[in-house]
Write a protein that binds this ligand. Structure first.
Ligand code: HEM
Length: 528
């Protein structure tokens, strides 16, 4: 008897004898089996020596999406042990090449405009939230001009005005908040820090007219806008889903609120408040076109959204570490007494520059908890990787993860220890000399929005590098250092279970990493 009669015939008879449901189940099982088989054979038999090694995965399309998504930094470190600094993995069906370490940061973040594109990756997420014609919904050269307009408004004179506004907001917040009534208590700190960051950012960046609206409806509208930033929207940004409808409604409503304020200001000829809105309203592109009102409104949304997550997550981590290290919180209090005087005068921009431990707390927190764990770029033309045989093809996405080198023992002794004093030059665990040397004397370059360090070749880049580098670094510094200094004056924090030196884990489910919740701390008011 031939093969067909012996096996296929009876098997077909058996299959046809099954119920329809069972037939579908068998068919599906077979399909999955063969796709896994082809996917595995493909990885084993067709390795391309001119492309980085592929992280082994069983299922096509899903690839390593799940293992990556649970804890990206830990996963990157595991893959680095197997494959080295450069490797490719499948993220939702897309080949994604990760290049770790300072050389990788330089290759990706300082990639040339003809080779890499940020807008191609991010526009689906950001344009419905920010609005048309700004940031990633315009050519890169226009973004560079927009960043220049925004950066000019973030001047030292502006920061000098902002510090008293922020201190007043902090004072007011703790007087009003139901979570901080009485002498002591336990609070889920990320919720409070999210509120405090949006109140301080909206008041400083957008003025008191807009800030006054935050107590009413604008906070809820920003919450709806925020839903547009969930990672699922990389795929479903277009879908007629309830959260997308709320996102679109919120975008139109918030933009209209800003445009109404702009119109009122223009009608009144108001020139006395030289705030961000004023600067943007009075800016002109190189081709002579004044910035249209809808672009001013959309840039204001973008600025608030860009800063909100990173700053609110960072301030939560600062609080959590101060609770885990009450000795550091006490040292910060003593620093203020020694440097500013026992009467603790009102904080000023100049005073903040003198509080070196206060600054180091922010630096150290960003080293371990950079809010953006993965920075992505589309590849526009094949990119040879220097000193290797690899060429990254245009169907790959590039991914930089500078947080990985920021916790690498090669550069930071005892990397997992949160220790702000490591930033003292004489500390036994000071960062490697390469990092200490980077800074002022480095070569600078202007991409169109002011001078930034030319090299991205550093293991510590919480604010990114290159043409897409953050313009909010100084603002975030002023905001977060003022909040920290104020918290230290008002409270003593500790872990609710009395332990020290440990904080809660990280939630990587949203685009910006943040503490897992509830992230409780115990607070106790200092004697007034
Ligand atoms: C870009 C981090 C606060 C506005 C970036 C990038 C990083 C970053 C890593 C580069 C993204 C990329 O290359 O794709 C942070 C951190 C912050 C912070 C850690 C706080 C702790 C802020 C604030 C603002 C802001 C407060 C606004 C006032 C921007 C803008 C860009 C940017 C406009 C440019 C995007 C581009 O050119 O593509 N930020 N940021 N950021 N950030 Fe920030």
């Amino acid at each position: 008897m031939g093969f067909l009669e012996e096996f296929v015939g009876p098997a077909t008879d058996k299959f046809l004898g099954l119920s329809l449901r069972a037939q579908i189940g068998v068919g599906l099982g077979g399909f999955i089996f063969f796709s896994v088989l082809i996917n595995v054979l493909n990885q084993i038999l067709f390795k391309n020596p001119n492309e980085p090694p592929m992280v082994f995965h069983w299922f096509p399309i899903i690839g390593s999406t799940i293992t990556y998504g649970i804890d990206p930094p830990r996963w990157f470190k595991q893959q680095r042990e197997k494959y080295g600094d450069i490797f490719t993995f499948v993220l939702l069906g897309k080949k994604t090449t990760v290049y770790l370490g300072p050389a990788g940061n330089e290759f990706i973040l300082n990639g040339k405009i003809k080779d890499v594109s940020a807008e191609e990756i991010y526009t689906v997420l950001t344009t419905p939230v920010f609005g048309k014609d700004v940031v990633y919904d315009c050519p890169n050269s226009k973004l560079m001009e927009q960043k220049k307009f925004m950066k000019i408004a973030l001047s030292t004179a502006a920061f000098q005005r902002y510090v008293p506004i922020i201190t007043a907001e902090v004072d007011d917040y703790f007087k009003r908040s139901a979570d901080f009534k009485g002498k002591s208590g336990i609070v889920n700190i990320p919720k409070s820090m999210a509120e405090l960051t949006i109140f301080t950012a909206s008041h400083t960046l957008q003025g008191s007219e807009v800030r006054s609206k935050f107590d009413e409806k604008v906070a809820a509208l920003y919450h709806d806008l925020d839903m547009g930033f969930s990672p699922i929207n990389f795929a479903l940004y277009w879908a007629p889903l309830p959260w997308n409808a709320r996102r679109d409604h919120a975008q139109r409503t918030v933009a209209k609120i800003y445009m109404d304020v702009i119109k009122q200001r223009r009608a009144a000829g108001a020139t006395e408040t030289e705030d961000m809105m004023w600067h943007l309203m009075n800016s002109t592109y190189k081709n002579g076109t004044p910035v249209p009102d809808h672009e001013v409104a959309h840039m204001l949304i973008a600025l608030l959204m860009a800063g909100q997550h990173s700053s609110s997550s960072t301030s939560s981590w600062i609080c959590l570490w101060l609770a885990a290290r009450p000795d550091v919180m006490e040292a910060l209090y003593q620093e203020q007494i020694e440097v500013l005087g026992a009467d603790l005068p009102p904080l000023t921009y100049e005073n903040l520059q003198k509080l070196s431990l206060n600054q180091a707390v922010l630096k150290e927190t960003l080293r371990l908890h950079a809010p953006i764990h993965s920075i992505m770029r589309a590849v526009k033309s094949p990119m040879p990787v220097p000193n290797t045989r690899y060429v990254i093809p245009t169907n790959h996405t590039l991914l930089a993860a500078s947080g990985v080198s920021a916790s690498d023992p090669k550069y930071f002794p005892e990397p997992d220890l949160w220790e702000p004093t490591r930033w003292d030059k004489d500390s036994p665990i000071a960062p490697s000399s390469a990092i200490q040397a980077s800074g002022e004397d480095e070569e600078k370059i202007d991409y169109g929005y002011g001078l930034v360090s030319k090299g991205a070749n550093s293991p510590y880049l919480p604010f990114g590098a290159g043409r897409h580098r953050c313009i909010g670094e100084q603002f975030a510094g002023v905001q977060l250092q003022t909040i920290t200094a104020m918290l230290v004056r008002k409270f003593k924090f500790s872990n609710p279970d009395g332990t020290t030196g440990k904080v809660i884990g990280t939630d990587y489910q949203s685009l910006f990493s943040r503490p897992l919740e509830p992230a409780n701390i115990r607070w106790e008011k200092r004697d007034e």
